[in-house]
Design a protein around this ligand. Structure first.
Ligand code: NAG
Ligand code: NAG
Ligand code: NAG
Ligand code: NAG
Ligand code: NAG
Ligand code: NAG
Ligand code: NAG
Ligand code: NAG
Ligand code: NAG
Ligand code: NAG
Ligand code: NAG
Ligand code: NAG
Length: 455
């Protein structure tokens, strides 16, 4: 169970609403040793899918429908249920219990070894009213292969132990998830995850609660398409994303406790073209220094539409010369990855009111574009070294400064800058930045006593 706040517009009172999740029924306190297991990825990698995917119950190349039964196994490296080789498997009102360890986490991550349920090799599945409980580290539902599709409705997924994702897609597999509750207590156990080369997760009307380090609500490797998800990641962000992936969140309300509201990066060479879109959503971050959105070693376009970022730190966006490592608990430096480059982040803000700062590190860029009745209260500054900070305002948007700010490109459709309330602070703009010609290299008085000053 976790709490989140709803702002009542009529009374301006904060109401706390509790959301139930599977940890209300099985307390993670019973599984603390399991949840303390540190995943070991220092194991031999197999680059092709192994021929045998061990499972207690196997369904090959046929269509099967089962309801009102229970299945379980306690064996290591063994799924409870496997559907493979063009199988179709429907399960309804089925209980699945899985314990037993994974000896090779790469096989688990890339091929679904030890997952409670594995849908592989051009197989399809329709699940409703599943109750899956796993211990010792196992994905609840895994889907593998380009033509594999799993539907999971009205289901209850509980996990303890490491790398126990709720719904996990890889090998280009696709999952459609609706009305699901997932809880994980272990490390690196995100609720809805893709893995290399890609997995595609469509999730709606669901609840997710994770408590382990490295456990996000969404791990985007491929695509995440979420609608109406309420989630808490106590020791992770709402989204991890590594490389050129995409995540679209609509009507989601999430809380994140470590690294950032999102933590988006390239873990090897810097990639370009990742997409983050937040629509009618709210992300709250709890940590004293955690930004709403964190980016490292990536080039990304972000879109925020009718969205709130509520941060205890007062920092909306960080763009850094950094990445996240497999430890998932710190911002890494050049010592961890000699290929690091600055983050180049363009954020389009529409129909949103945001309060907080933009912080760029070591030649990183944040281009902040406010349009369609957006309003920003904050400042922009360098966290370390040179910071490239651009601000763009349309006629319907405005900016209230909370500190002196130095900008590169600075465009305002209101060329008198009257939609900026300086509160006595100044804006220094790069007089030779290519879009700043309209300012004529002049010092311009701002509302509230500050000035825009060429630099
Ligand atoms: C899945 O497909 C691969 C590649 O064709 C094959 O090697 C493997 O045996 C298949 N596995 C199962 C469980 O069907
Ligand atoms: C499908 O095949 C599995 C074995 O692969 C078997 O156990 C199951 O009963 C079959 N289902 C049907 C409907 O024949
Ligand atoms: C499985 O469910 C799907 C979707 O409801 C349905 O189209 C298909 O016929 C079902 N298959 C079996 C074997 O019941
Ligand atoms: C299962 O894995 C655990 C943890 O690695 C190990 O202690 C145990 O001996 C394994 N069991 C078997 C039957 O191999
Ligand atoms: C799911 O199964 C577990 C383990 O048997 C049980 O404790 C739990 O109450 C079940 N969940 C629901 C929602 O019934
Ligand atoms: C599962 O949920 C989806 C999305 O709400 C819905 O379209 C689909 O009909 C549901 N399937 C079943 C078998 O309930
Ligand atoms: C995933 O898609 C890629 C690109 O289309 C393809 O090369 C690869 O074989 C696919 N993998 C699987 C397991 O289907
Ligand atoms: C920025 O990156 C450096 C490493 O380059 C790291 O030490 C620092 O903690 C990071 N800070 C943030 C807020 O990302
Ligand atoms: C800053 O970037 C330079 C490369 O331009 C790199 O050598 C250095 O390690 C970075 N410093 C920090 C603190 O990130
Ligand atoms: C700033 O924009 C917001 C959103 O459009 C609007 O509600 C507010 O009145 C504007 N403030 C000023 C000072 O123009
Ligand atoms: C404003 O910026 C200055 C210089 O960077 C800093 O020392 C000060 O703490 C900032 N003030 C606020 C209110 O953020
Ligand atoms: C300003 O924007 C233009 C056009 O996007 C870009 O080419 C340039 O690098 C930006 N920065 C500066 C300092 O001119």
């Amino acid at each position: 169970m976790f709490l989140f706040c709803i702002l009542s517009l009529t009374s301006v009172a904060l109401a706390k609403v509790s959301v139930s999740d599977p940890s209300d029924i099985i307390s993670p306190a019973l599984w603390t040793a399991d949840n303390a297991i540190v995943p070991n990825y220092n194991v031999p990698f197999v680059s092709v899918q192994p021929e045998a995917l061990p499972a207690a119950y196997e369904f090959y190349d046929n269509s099967t429908s089962i309801s009102h039964q229970s299945f379980s196994t306690t064996l290591n490296d063994t799924s409870v249920i496997l559907a493979a080789d063009h199988a179709e498997l429907n399960l309804s009102f089925v209980d699945i219990q899985k314990s037993g360890y994974a000896s090779n986490l790469l096989w688990s991550s890339f091929y679904g070894f030890n997952a409670a349920v594995n849908i592989a090799n051009a197989s399809t599945a329709h699940f409703d009213n599943l109750n899956i409980t796993v211990h010792n580290g196992a994905a609840n539902v895994y889907v593998y292969g380009t033509d594999s599709v799993v539907h999971v409705n009205n289901s209850w997924l509980y996990s303890s132990g490491p790398v126990s994702h709720g719904v996990y897609a890889s090998g280009n597999g696709t999952a459609y998830v609706s009305n699901v509750q997932h809880f994980s207590g272990g490390k690196r156990s995100s609720s809805f995850s893709g893995d290399s080369p890609a997995g595609y997760i469509h999730v709606s009307d669901s609840v997710a609660h994770t408590i382990g380090i490295g456990s996000a609500t969404f791990y985007a490797l491929g695509g995440i398409y979420a609608n109406n998800v309420v989630a808490l990641s106590e020791n992770g962000p709402t989204i991890f994303m590594d490389g050129t992936q995409e995540a679209y969140l609509t009507n989601c309300e999430t809380t994140a406790g470590l690294l950032g509201g999102v933590a988006i990066f390239s873990s090897q060479i810097r990639t370009s073209g990742a997409i983050l879109s937040l629509k009618s959503s709210k992300i709250t971050t709890l940590g004293a220094t955690m930004p709403g959105l964190w980016f490292g070693n990536t080039i990304i376009d972000v879109s925020l539409y009718d969205t709130q970022l509520v941060t205890a730190s007062g920092i909306l966006v960080v763009a850094n010369y950094s990445q996240i490592t497999q430890d998932f608990d710190y911002y890494a430096s050049y010592l961890d990855n000699a290929n690091l480059l600055p983050a180049l982040v363009s954020v389009d803000v529409k129909e949103s009111t945001l309060t907080g700062d933009l912080v760029a590190y070591n030649s990183s860029l944040i281009s902040w574009n406010l349009s369609s009745h957006s309003s920003w209260t904050g400042a922009a500054y360098s966290g370390y070294g040179q910071a490239y900070l651009d601000v763009h305002l349309d006629l319907t948007s405005n900016w209230t400064l909370t500190n002196t700010t130095s900008l590169q490109n600075f465009t305002d459709a209101d060329t008198t800058l009257s939609n900026i309330d300086s509160q006595g602070f100044d804006i220094y703009y790069n007089a030779s930045a290519s879009l700043n010609g309209y300012l004529g290299g002049k010092t311009i008085a701002l509302v509230g006593g500050g000035k825009a000053i060429p630099a």
